[in-house]
Design a protein around this ligand. Structure first.
Ligand SMILES: [Zn+2]
Length: 696
């Protein structure tokens, strides 16, 4: 890879991983499967190793993700709470063993344990009583979830004397006055299924996996609710000053004696062969466990050796996690449906013989596109492997050819749209098939109608069900038809009363005030998003100029490339679309841009400003505010930058660069003082936030 390409890829990977981390830890809603995440992280690590000049301390390779939520008080960890280095490859376990042997000789043993798929917890016991429970947080500081942890039934509030050892002195090991013990809070499959069932009933998004369910439940604000979630705990690592143990195994046995939950699915191994045997055993057996596990943890058992091996900045050198590949299920492919989406893309969806996978029954799975079907050489009647990724709908990852019967048939990706019968065209770049009948294909028409009314477009209050009815009754066929609707026509809709009809008409009336850029966005021209619509509207000033523009003229607009220019040009070449525009004009929609925004002040005259992060208003509004006060916006920091306006979560790269170049960094508050901004400047363009409401 060329250096420049490597740089671009590194930036790309960091961005993807950061976002995935945020989704995972903060939203509890993962976007990547663990496997995908780990593979991308490994790719990034390799690139950073090859090009150390691009290394950055805030790279996702340098720290664990953070799950800190603001609602909880935070405390520092007494000992940093690191995660484990992990691998999917047994040869790397061998390499770990080799490194350990090199460091400490070969007179040590390994403790092999199940890796529970939950969320990490650190419990502190003082004088035998549960004192505090902290989440991992960022590894240095964690959230105090003690109140919630007290509702987890197998975590003792008070340690107990084991049976048969009544007098204190006879205990195998008295508990230390203070110690920490770390482990995992997890949600057994049964509780997970019950929770997701309830959530579906309440029309809430189900949790993607028990781990996210556990971590989400642990962070509930109402701790009484935690008790109903069926969380459990398993503990695996004791820490403290002068603990009276020489091995990790002894410490866990003692913890178990004191009434703490410790898994008995452990084994002391003496060789890599024994470790492998343990791994292979549980890779199969884990499917019968009532809770999710995602691997095996291998630790050096002798505590003095652990100390000798020590830590890297991220991981202990005395432990490694071997992760199982995502759980798969094998089942029969019954048929394939081809679904048309709103943009006309046709997606194959597999109907499967119901099968149990990671605690749920799977009946449908995604096949992505025709290329993938071909690559898999999939046949109807085949036995296929299904895997759950981060998405709710699982995917087919392979075909078991040894089980292929004689009666299988080759599926035919349709040549014609299953919805309207038009010949499909294939977009080579996206490897997707599209129905080109944008003006006649029902699914696409309805999709465009819904888009037109949506909040960021015309902001008309109507649900998908309303659009369905209007379309099915042939009252609305294109977006211009909305403005011909009358109260009498609306009252013919099922369930509609005077009031709902009036509300709808009033909302349509309001939409006539929506600015030109949003009207242009609302037309639903392919590839023309909000930002592009704004640039195009500003550049040309009115709809006639856009409709008459050549492709070359369109290319002169900022952010408009070949694909977008082509798409806009084609859209307005269609007679039907020009008709719609002229009818919308007659209906009184705005097809001219506002005159140049009012100049609020000249406070920023001659200043070049770079913004980064989140503000009390949107970034576009912030840019407009800068322009309205005479300043110039710029995307990147240079010696000519007057200052960096940094909001919440400003990009660390930008902050660093500003510091390096001596560019001053100012906050939104300072900025507002600078321009003498009053509160009325705060809402310049965007409508007040509101949910898209259905009328029913
Ligand atoms: Zn179609």
């Amino acid at each position: 890879m060329e250096k420049a390409q490597a740089y671009i890829r590194i930036q790309e990977l960091r961005e993807v991983l950061r976002e995935a981390n945020r989704q995972y830890y903060v939203e509890n809603s993962p976007t990547l499967s663990d496997y995908e995440f780990d593979m991308l992280l490994k790719e990034l690590e390799a690139l950073e190793k090859e090009y150390p000049e691009f290394m950055s301390p805030d790279s996702p390779t340098q720290h664990v993700g953070s799950d800190i939520k603001k609602e909880f008080e935070q405390f520092p960890h007494r000992y940093p709470m690191l995660s484990l280095g992990n691998t999917y490859d047994i040869s790397e376990v061998q390499a770990f063993a080799d490194r350990a042997t090199k460091g400490i000789g070969n007179s040590f043993t390994y403790s092999c344990e199940l890796k529970f798929d939950g969320t990490a917890i650190c419990l502190t016991y003082r004088n035998g009583r549960l004192f505090r429970a902290l989440t991992r947080g960022d590894g240095t500081v964690g959230d105090d979830v003690t109140r919630n942890v007290r509702h987890i039934s197998n975590i003792p509030q008070q340690l107990s004397v084991p049976q048969g050892f009544t007098p204190t002195a006879q205990r195998p090991h008295p508990w230390p006055d203070e110690f920490e013990i770390r482990g995992e809070i997890y949600m057994p499959w049964s509780a997970f299924d019950r929770l997701n069932e309830e959530r579906l009933k309440d029309e809430e998004q189900p949790f993607a996996n028990p781990r996210n369910a556990a971590s989400g439940s642990l962070k509930l604000i109402d701790s009484r609710q935690v008790a109903n979630r069926g969380l459990e705990c398993t503990l695996y690592h004791m820490l403290g000053e002068n603990l009276p143990f020489t091995t990790h195994d002894q410490a866990l046995k003692a913890a178990s004696d004191w009434g703490l939950p410790v898994s008995d699915k452990r084994r002391i191994c003496r060789s890599i062969e024994e470790i492998e045997e343990f791994i292979n055993h549980w890779d199969t057996e884990r499917k019968n466990l009532p809770y999710a596990t995602d691997g095996i943890v291998i630790k050096v058992n002798e505590l003095p050796y652990q100390e000798e091996l020590g830590y890297t900045s991220k991981f202990p050198r005395w432990a490694v996690a071997y992760k199982f590949k995502a759980e798969q299920a094998l089942t029969k492919l019954i048929s394939i449906d081809y679904q048309v989406g709103r943009t006309g893309a046709v997606t194959p969806v597999a109907n499967l013989e119901p099968v149990q996978l990671s605690g749920t029954i799977v009946k449908r799975a995604s096949l992505h596109n025709a290329d993938q079907m071909e690559q898999l050489d999939i046949h109807i009647g085949d036995y296929v492997y299904v895997e759950k990724g981060g998405e709710i709908i699982p995917k087919i990852t392979g075909v078991e050819l040894s089980q292929r019967g004689a009666d299988v048939t080759l599926p035919h990706f349709p040549a014609f749209c299953p919805d309207c019968g038009t010949a499909l065209i294939k977009d080579e770049e996206e490897a997707k098939s599209f129905c080109p009948n944008q003006t006649g294909c029902p699914t696409q028409i309805k999709g465009r109608l819904v888009h037109f009314l949506s909040r960021k477009a015309m902001n008309v209050i109507a649900g998908d069900a309303t659009v369905d009815q209007l379309f099915n009754k042939a009252l609305v066929w294109n977006v211009a038809d909305f403005y011909d609707l009358t109260k009498e026509l609306l009252l013919t809709l099922e369930g509609w009363k005077e009031r709902s009809a009036e509300r709808f008409l009033k909302s349509l009336q309001e939409s006539r005030k929506v600015g030109f850029d949003r009207v242009l966005f609302a037309l639903g021209i392919r590839y023309v998003g909000e930002t592009t619509a704004r640039s195009v509207a500003r550049h040309f000033g009115n709809i006639d100029a856009i409709m008459n523009a050549t492709k070359e003229e369109l290319l002169n607009v900022d952010d408009v490339g070949e694909v977008i220019a082509e798409s806009i040009f084609e859209f307005f070449s269609e007679e039907a679309n020009r008709d719609i525009v002229s009818r919308l004009k007659e209906a009184g929609l705005r097809f001219e841009a506002d005159a140049a925004p009012e100049q609020l002040s000249a406070e920023l005259e001659g200043k070049t400003i770079v913004i980064s992060g989140n503000f009390s208003i949107s970034r576009d509004e912030m840019k407009a505010l800068i322009a309205a006060n005479g300043g110039k916006n710029s995307g990147s920091i240079s010696g000519k930058t007057s200052f960096l306006l940094a909001g919440e979560k400003a990009g660390p790269e930008k902050l660093k660069k500003a510091e390096a170049l001596g560019v001053s960094i100012i906050s939104e508050e300072e900025f507002r003082q600078m321009i003498g901004s009053a509160a009325e400047q705060e809402h310049m363009t965007e409508p007040v936030d509101g949910e898209q409401l259905s009328l029913f």
